[in-house]
Design a protein. Structure first.
Length: 395
């Protein structure tokens, strides 16, 4: 039996028009899910046997989203950007990138901005195009742009900054528990994962390599998060619904391929690379995270439940109106967010639900970021905490 969406979208009449309305109508909200059973093909520690997921005691569970913080106010001198995501930092939060994408901001526990770090440039304390920020042990901060940079203290001061080695084009950054950092390379000349020491020197690259230079930028992009025992989870951004567990020596310890009618495997060369305003968009994994009970959460952007084309196709792929950058509000018109939870240790699917809008993440402690566009066009980052709730425990 293949995995299918077990969540139900809210009825159209009950879906508020904005994220702000949806959150404040109820600070927490949930979507009930029915029993979700799937077949996994799992190469578990080399076994390669098919594993059938069983129903777990928690089913049907509710996936509930709680509003943790709002980052960014209309009075801020630095704007949240369309690619900003949030990460917990001590008792507060980091949002990156902000402003001209050469800065990140630190907020207190109430969402009040305390520090803005960085400026545009290539010198000490300067950044060009921040891709990712991670919190290292002992409260240090790692920043990824065209370089890797480590900072410490408040306000953060430069510790070390080094250019990425030749052949590494990095998308995101993961802090490992031993102080090393992992980056996701999507350049065609190296494998997908590269580990750097605490001094930011390259230790090794490993993992999947691109099938062609033309498709490397898409097929090597991953979401990843820390796993127990110094390992990490990785899920390819597009083209297949797969979850992988790796160790830092470069060995794949587990691969789980999920069969879903709404997430068909695709050859990267067949990707139409068209705007979602023109062509029904492909699903894309936007986050993976292991919680304190070793359950794996996966966040997937899927076509909006009411998706329809709003711009006609042109003769040449990727050209014409509708193919430029989209605002946060426009993305929410074409995508919903699907959240699925698995207990892989017991071969069980736990929950699956679909929420309207676009959520990014997950952070190192499982926070999702949803961007809210105000009437003046500026953005606010909402940090949401997903959790599993049994129906009988709800008040």
């Amino acid at each position: 039996m293949s995995l299918s969406s077990a969540g139900r979208a809210l009825p159209a009449a009950s879906r508020p028009a904005t994220v702000q309305g949806r959150i404040f109508r109820s600070v927490t909200f949930a979507i009930l899910v029915s029993a979700c059973v799937a077949v996994l093909i799992a190469a578990s520690e080399g076994s390669g046997e098919a594993v059938k997921l069983r129903e777990q005691d928690c089913l049907p569970c509710q996936i509930e989203l709680s509003l943790i913080a709002r980052l960014g106010t209309a009075d801020d001198s630095i704007d949240i950007t369309s690619s900003t995501t949030g990460e917990r930092f001590g008792n507060g939060f980091i949002a990156a990138p902000v402003g001209d994408r050469a800065q990140f901001a630190i907020y207190d526990s109430t969402g009040l901005r305390r520090y803005v770090v960085g400026r545009l440039g290539a010198g000490p304390g300067e950044f060009t195009n921040i891709r990712s920020v991670a919190v290292l042990p002992r409260g240090q901060i790692a920043v990824l742009d065209a370089r890797l940079t480590a900072l410490s203290g408040l306000p953060p001061a430069l510790l070390v900054s080094k250019a990425l080695p030749p052949g590494v084009i990095a998308r995101n950054l993961l802090a490992l528990e031993d102080g090393r950092v992992l980056v996701n390379n999507y350049g065609p000349d190296r494998p997908a994962f590269c580990i750097f020491g605490s001094n930011l020197e390259l230790i090794r690259c490993f993992g999947r390599q691109a099938t062609s230079r033309q498709t490397a930028g898409d097929e090597l992009q991953y979401s990843f998060s820390a796993a127990r025992g110094g390992r990490f989870w990785a899920a390819p951004h597009m083209y297949r619904y797969s979850i992988e567990r790796w160790d830092t020596a470069g060995r794949q310890r587990l691969q789980v391929q999920l069969h879903a009618s709404w997430f068909r495997p695709m050859n990267p060369v067949d990707d139409p690379h068209e705007s979602p305003a023109r062509v029904r968009p492909l699903p894309r994994i936007n986050g993976v995270w292991e919680d304190d009970q070793a359950r794996v959460w996966v966040v997937i952007l899927v076509p909006d439940a009411a998706w329809h084309a709003t711009t006609a196709l042109t003769r040449r792929r990727g050209e014409g109106p509708g193919n430029g950058p989209m605002s946060a509000g426009e993305w929410a018109k074409y995508f919903d967010t699907k959240i699925e939870v698995f207990d892989l240790a017991h071969s069980a699917a736990v929950a699956s639900a679909r929420f309207p809008g676009v959520m990014s993440g997950l952070s190192s402690d499982g926070l999702l970021t949803e961007l809210h566009e105000r009437s003046d066009g500026t953005l606010q980052a909402l940090l949401l905490k997903p959790s599993l709730v049994r129906p009988t425990t709800r008040r």
